[in-house]
Design a protein around this ligand. Structure first.
Ligand code: ATP
Length: 607
């Protein structure tokens, strides 16, 4: 099996549901559609009955030929066959129409539930699960689930058909009917063995497809980086084995599925041979009429068709079941961020206190241990430190994107776990390094946190940031289309939009990850002016990358390996010659307007 099965393990949140629980869960989606389903059920009965009636009419005709009365009854029988066929078509049409509607509605709801669950997941979920795999669950798995519903209706229809045909066969000849039924246990036994194999191979096929999706998604997300580094070949080489794995696994699934039909047809063929022989002998011996014999052979064909498809149906049924299992696992994935209460925040003053807090993305590897820090309401704090020191982590905990393992985080003296997250997050303005803009206009993006903000509010926010000159530089001002992910704007313009957006949101606390990408001096000045406006009167935690920021904040916190190693304002820390000076020399010194290569170092160690 080797590489073919690599990476096809379940996700952490995957679970196996008991068949009965799974069916009950599925039924809960169908329950609201009970009326339509009853109509479909009635149609299924009528379709099956009318389909079983046609060979009966033909068998009467065969007998009429045998006894010479066909001249009288013939036209009537032809008309009856025609009418039965037309009626059967009409019943079938109503059945298909309503069952398609039921299936469509159920998938619609399931997909909405899955998407809702995706939105509700914590950020840690997205760290662990590639987005392509999530996309797969919401799209192709819900589609597979739809096939279960269609197939279930087909199954019911076919079981009914088997019921009608069996009754017909028994009415004609009990011995021959019993002979036919002898084969049923063999078929059912084969179907059950097949069922296990099918479920396993199907689950693997679905996982391999979601690996392909995940890889594609990642490639598209990072295509600019890949092209920049001329890594197209490597990207292709990574995709190839994943795609080949999907091919192998799907092929294997196909082999398993295709194995069942020849075996079933072989068993059915042997049974038909026996019936032709025994039935023929019975007709010749006068124990059975020619019409009955014809009806019997037709009946056997009708009898076998549903039975073989019921057996094969198991595989698709399993496919749908394991798809629904995957969707339900996504919906049921337990949240990591757990609130103990949902108290309204009101307007926050903005005091933040980490008290003895321990946190690790993975609980066994803490990033922060017994961490303590108090930020007063309205204070501006810059976090500095080498990469991986834990600066962004502090921001992610304040925004409550991650659950911490021990200690507490207090907001205005209240345990963050007791706050209503929606009202809390409304008071938190988080700006990532590369602000994400949604497709739409600049105005749409500024209005994003408060869709009811008026045009005047939006204009005022844009004007307040950097004097508003930047808007005039845009081709259509605030109505400029930002393109996918804001690609039509420069990095600096995107940051200005993000700052204006913060003004519209009016949060009490701002967590800002300053961009490291350098922008032109004019935009830089506009961003600085914008920051002054946006941060005024709010508590701000800035993951600082700019000299002007560290020069202006109330307090600088130097972090190293998740610990505070030094704190104070810029001048005091510079004169101390401690860890801050090291960080300054590495990251900030060259940003001074008087900088010349190799100059501007501050002395470390105080000597
Ligand atoms: N999503 C994540 N999953 C697992 N580990 C993570 C995750 N994000 C960060 N880490 C780890 O946590 C530690 C602190 O990372 P963090 O991003 O807070 O550092 P940082 O000081 O902000 O660094 P940088 O300046 O490079 O952004 C690092 O060791 C990092 O590898």
């Amino acid at each position: 099996m080797g590489f073919i099965m690599d990476g096809l393990d379940a996700e952490d949140y995957d679970r196996t549901y008991d068949d009965r629980d799974l069916l009950r869960r599925i039924m809960s989606y169908f329950r609201p559609k009970l009326g339509a389903m009853l109509l479909v059920a009635a149609m299924i009965v009528l379709v099956s009955a009318s389909q079983a009636a046609i060979p009966t009419l033909v068998s009467v005709a065969v007998d009429a030929i045998a006894d010479g009365t066909i001249g009288e009854v013939g036209p009537l029988l032809v008309l009856a066959v025609l009418v039965t066929g037309a009626v059967s078509w009409a019943f079938n049409y109503v059945r298909q129409k309503h069952s398609a509607q039921v299936t469509g509605d159920v998938v619609l709801r399931l997909r909405e539930d899955a998407f809702d669950a995706v939105l509700a997941r914590d950020l840690s979920f997205y760290d662990e699960t590639p987005s392509g795999k999530i996309v797969s669950r919401v799209t192709s798995d819900t589609d597979d689930f739809a096939t279960v519903s269609t197939l279930t209706m087909d199954l019911i229809s076919q079981v009914l058909m088997v019921g009608f045909v069996t009754a017909l066969l028994f009415a004609r000849s009990v011995e021959l009917a019993l002979l036919t039924l002898l084969v049923v246990p063999i078929v059912v036994g084969l179907a059950l063995v097949f069922r296990r194999l099918a479920r396993l191979s199907t689950r693997r096929a679905q996982r391999s497809l979601s690996r392909v999706n995940a890889n594609l998604q990642e490639t598209m997300g990072g295509i600019a980086v890949a092209k920049n580094f001329r890594q197209e070949r490597q990207v292709y080489d990574e995709f190839r084995p994943i795609n080949r794995q999907s091919y192998q696994v799907t092929l294997r699934q196909g082999f398993v599925f295709s194995a069942i039909f020849p075996v079933l047809f072989l068993v059915a063929g042997l049974a038909t041979v026996a019936l032709v022989q025994l039935g023929g002998v019975a007709v010749l011996g006068g124990g059975l009429s020619a019409g009955d014999w014809y009806l019997f052979l037709q009946g056997v064909a009708m009898f076998w068709m549903p039975l073989t498809s019921i057996a094969a149906f198991w595989s698709q049924f399993q496919q749908g079941l394991s798809a629904s299992e995957r969707v339900f696992a996504l919906i049921d994935a337990p949240p990591r961020v757990v609130q103990t209460d949902s108290q309204e925040c009101g307007r926050l003053a903005g005091r933040i206190e980490f008290r003895g807090l321990t946190f690790g993305y993975d609980a066994d590897h803490p990033v922060l241990r017994d961490f303590g820090l108090a930020v007063e309401a309205g204070e501006s704090v810059a976090l500095v430190g080498h990469t991986g020191a834990g600066k962004s982590t502090l921001g992610k905990l304040i925004t409550r994107f991650y659950e911490f393992q021990a200690g507490s985080l207090l907001i205005d003296g209240r345990d963050i776990r007791t706050l209503d997250l929606t009202s809390y997050r409304r008071q938190i303005g988080a700006v990532p390094q590369a602000p994400f803009l949604f497709s739409g206009t600049v105005a749409d993006n500024i209005r994003y946190p408060r869709p009811d903000a008026s045009d005047d509010d939006v204009r005022a926010a844009a004007a307040a940031v950097g004097g508003g000159d930047w808007v005039e530089a845009l081709p259509n001002g605030l109505e400029t289309d930002v393109g996918e992910h804001g690609r039509a704007l420069s990095m600096g313009q995107r940051q200005l939009v993000a700052l204006a957006r913060l003004l519209v949101q009016d949060p009490a606390i701002v967590v800002l990850d300053e961009a490291t990408a350098s922008v032109d001096p004019l935009t830089e000045a506009q961003i600085q002016e914008g920051l002054d406006v946006v941060l005024a009167g709010r508590t701000s935690i800035v993951i600082a990358h700019r000299l002007s920021t560290i020069e202006h904040v109330d307090r600088i916190i130097v972090l190293d390996h998740g610990r505070i190693v030094e704190e104070g304002d810029h001048q005091t820390l510079l004169s101390r010659g401690g860890r801050y000076c090291e960080v300054y020399n590495t990251y900030f010194r060259h940003q001074s307007p008087n900088y010349r290569a190799g100059t501007g170092f501050v002395q470390v160690g105080g000597d």
